[in-house]
Design a protein around this ligand. Structure first.
Ligand SMILES: *Cc1c(COP(=O)(O)O)cnc(C)c1O
Length: 424
């Protein structure tokens, strides 16, 4: 038995499912998660000394690659001055100035500790600002695990959302309505039903939590128009896309202005950080300036800010990174597309920039319903083939591959060679 198996045996006795976040479990693919000891660049090493080419990148944060030298050094430096003060610091100001300087339309931002917290707080701010109750989300989009957005897919355009998790009350979700990704008609239907009750429409501008599903042409523009027409706020959940598609995230990449934006993952450079922000007028409802309460003992933590600032500064000062990342992504994913077509495999691939997913279904995947047609057993076999060949993918059909700036042409070539062999 390997070290990972040994550790997993211990872990399941004291941690639910042996993991601190369910996406790390191997339940849908079988086997035991690899326990990691260290990571460098595009590679991670497990407890048994196996090294893998990593396409998880900590689920997005490690856009510069693992253990990036400047980020690590800034964190180490910050640690020498103390871990937390519970009073304002210069780093928080620098961080906020950086974000407002990089993101179109961003005038004020509040730091929190996770993407979940960012979304939960942004929804509260949207309700406080508009004085309305209802939230529209899209089936298959993930916005963290706060109560009000854990609704069953497809439920509730007319009657309000049904909880998708035990422990969430009907009361928590009854103001959350579900629409269909890439389907403006379904959004119009909600506004027809509740023309003056929708506080916000929240969307992943590129959906990446049902596998990668890019927005159809006109979808995000249409949402912008509908929100403006009905006086609802448009919230871009850029926890994955923020600082990844472009320095200014999906707003810059697609040229669309949201009213509020949520961040996580990349913004912390590997530390637990989230943020939400937008126009001054909207963010002014947040306490202590306004009546919407939101707080955090460790929010804006100096060590977390040191990591985030270092990573964002590198991204800001090297716009070339985005050109390279998106080129590398396009090279990898379009080559996979060609391999799949040539081999006649019953698969389809979706991608945008440095994010992509192979779906084990021959049909186009444009929303949650079509994503659900994918054959997860077939994905499991592919996943284990890649893992056996030292490529670390997300252990689920419904996750993205994350390309980082540390991935090289050789890494991409090796990945393609394996995929070519698998589908031959
Ligand atoms: C990961 C994710 C979240 C939740 O962030 P956590 O830091 O895990 O709480 C929210 N929205 C999107 C789009 C995400 O991918």
């Amino acid at each position: 038995m390997g070290r990972s198996e040994e550790l997993f045996e211990r872990a399941v006795k004291v941690i639910p499912g042996g993991v601190n976040s369910p996406v790390r479990a191997f339940r849908s693919v079988g086997g035991t998660p690899r326990f990691i000891t260290s990571a460098q660049g595009a590679y991670i090493t497990d407890e048994d000394g196996n090294t893998y080419l990593d396409y998880i990148g900590s689920w997005g944060p490690m856009i510069l690659g693992h253990n990036q030298k400047e980020v690590r050094e800034k964190v180490a430096e910050a640690c020498m001055d103390g871990l937390s003060f519970g009073a304002p610091t210069e780093r928080e100001v620098i961080m906020a100035e950086l974000i407002c300087g990089m993101v179109p339309g961003m005038e004020m931002v509040r730091m929190v500790n996770s993407g979940t917290e960012a979304v939960m707080s942004a929804l509260r701010a949207a309700r406080g600002y508009t004085g309305r109750n209802k939230i529209v989300k899209f089936a298959g989009c993930y916005h963290g695990h706060s109560d009000s957005i854990l609704i069953k897919a497809g439920s509730g355009v007319m009657e309000g959302g049904v909880p998708d998790s035990s422990g969430v009350t009907r009361g928590c979700t009854e103001d959350t309505l579900s629409a269909v990704y890439n389907d403006l008609t379904s959004v119009q239907a909600v506004f027809d039903q509740y023309p003056d009750q929708v506080a916000a429409v929240i969307v992943e501008p590129v959906a990446a939590n049902m596998g990668v599903v890019p927005p159809a042409k006109g979808f995000l523009e249409g949402l912008r128009k509908l929100c403006t027409k009905y006086g609802a706020l448009l919230i871009f959940d850029e926890v994955i896309t923020g600082f990844r598609l472009a320095a200014g995230g999906a707003q810059e990449y697609f040229g669309i202005q949201a009213d509020l934006v949520t961040y996580g993952k990349i913004i912390g450079g590997g530390m637990p950080v989230g943020a939400y922000g937008g126009r001054r007028e909207i963010m002014s409802v947040v306490s202590p300036l306004g009546p919407v309460y939101q707080a955090g003992t460790l929010s804006g933590n100096p060590i977390a800010m040191a990591a985030g600032i270092a990573q964002l500064q590198i991204l800001k000062e090297n716009p070339d990174i985005y050109r390279k990342l998106n080129e590398m992504g396009t090279c990898l994913f379009s080559s996979i597309d060609r391999i799949l077509k040539e081999s006649g495999a019953s698969c389809t691939i979706n991608y945008e920039g440095s994010l992509g997913s192979i779906f084990f279904t021959p049909d186009p995947v444009v929303n949650y319903e079509t994503a659900q047609k994918a054959d997860t057993a077939q994905f499991g076999r592919y996943f284990h083939y890649m893992l056996d060949n030292h490529v670390h993918l997300g252990p689920s059909q419904f996750e993205a591959m994350f390309v980082s700036a540390a991935h090289t042409k050789e890494d991409i070539e090796r990945t393609l060679e394996l995929i070519r062999t698998y589908f031959r």
